[in-house]
Design a protein around this ligand. Structure first.
Ligand SMILES: O=c1ccn([C@H]2C[C@H](O)[C@@H](COP(=O)(O)OP(=O)(O)OP(=O)(O)O)O2)c(=O)[nH]1
Ligand SMILES: [Mg+2]
Length: 154
């Protein structure tokens, strides 16, 4: 854990850390920390529906060279169609509000989420920030303006 970044975390839901563990890496080299959905009670997400669920915690990354993303869990996404309503969540380094997960049931069957269920995962990432310099023309590059299939398929 020596290379880990210290991130401030506030527990907003007293069931976390008491009835359910705080987020932690499942293995020594896991990239993602599972986030638990913390609705008041069991929540049935209808087929095709989206719900914004609290995770019961807040984090303050506090470093502009970092951000966090919220990603689906592959098992839930592939087997049950439980993914994210925003596809990927982006957590800014200066965000201090409750961490929320937009859960989307893209399947054709209802899915029940119980408080404490691990519903998505948080990945901390490095961020490079831009300072734009407005120019009239770009220095030449190998690609130029080619894109969108320009290099072919095979
Ligand atoms: O899945 C998510 C995505 C975002 N957020 C929080 C953290 C993030 O820093 C903030 C704003 O997210 P974003 O910039 O993606 O949303 P927006 O619609 O542009 O809102 P804003 O106008 O507040 O930036 O909302 C979450 O809790 N969960
Ligand atoms: Mg925004």
């Amino acid at each position: 854990m020596s290379s880990a970044h210290r991130i401030d975390l506030k527990v907003l839901d007293p069931r976390l850390g008491r009835d359910f563990p705080l987020p932690d890496y499942a293995t020594a080299q896991s990239a993602g920390l599972d986030l638990r959905a913390m609705p008041e009670a069991e929540y049935e997400l209808a087929a095709g529906a989206t719900a914004l669920l609290p995770t019961g915690l807040a984090i303050h990354i506090g470093d502009p060279a970092l951000c966090a993303t919220i990603l689906p869990r592959s098992g839930l996404g592939h087997k049950h169609g439980i993914v994210l309503g925003n596809l990927v969540g982006l957590i800014d380094a200066d965000y201090q509000g409750p961490l929320m997960v937009s859960v989307w049931n893209r399947s054709d069957t209802p899915f029940t989420i119980a408080p404490g269920d691990r519903i998505a995962q948080l990945v901390l990432l490095p961020v490079a920030r831009a300072a734009f310099r407005v120019v009239e023309s770009f220095e030449g590059s190998a690609r130029g303006e080619g894109g969108f299939g320009h290099t072919g398929v095979r």
